[in-house]
Design a protein around this ligand. Structure first.
Ligand code: FES
Length: 110
């Protein structure tokens, strides 16, 4: 059964099918989601902040955890802050599957 994702601040919404990542669903629906690697989990460009519904997100595997750790390191090095992590749970859209309604924040999605 599909689950709905809503993206702030654009207001874009689309359904994510079972077994599909948020990034894959965006592409299938013709939604532009920032990426460099095309969804293989190596660029970290697809990161998003989960505003609500994090309980419906898949568990973070080792590959995603490595990417999130790199993101945090870069944010601290560049700004001296926790970066996007300060606003809520950060996930990689190309690694995250959902099983219920989720709202995320990701500038550049359209
Ligand atoms: S699209 Fe590159 S890490 Fe997710």
């Amino acid at each position: 059964m599909a689950a709905r994702v809503a993206v702030e601040p654009s207001g874009v919404e689309f359904d994510v099918a079972d077994g599909e990542t948020v990034f894959e669903a965006a592409r299938r629906c013709g939604v532009r989601w920032p990426t460099v690697c095309g969804g293989v989990g190596s660029c970290r460009t697809c990161f998003m902040v989960v505003v609500c519904g994090s309980q419906f997100c898949s568990a973070i595997d080792d590959w995603e955890a490595e990417g999130l750790a790199d993101l945090a390191t870069v944010a601290v090095a560049r700004s001296g802050t926790a970066g996007p992590a300060a606003a809520g749970p950060v996930r990689l859209a190309c690694q995250t599957r959902i099983r219920g309604p989720v709202t995320v924040r990701k500038p550049g999605v359209r």
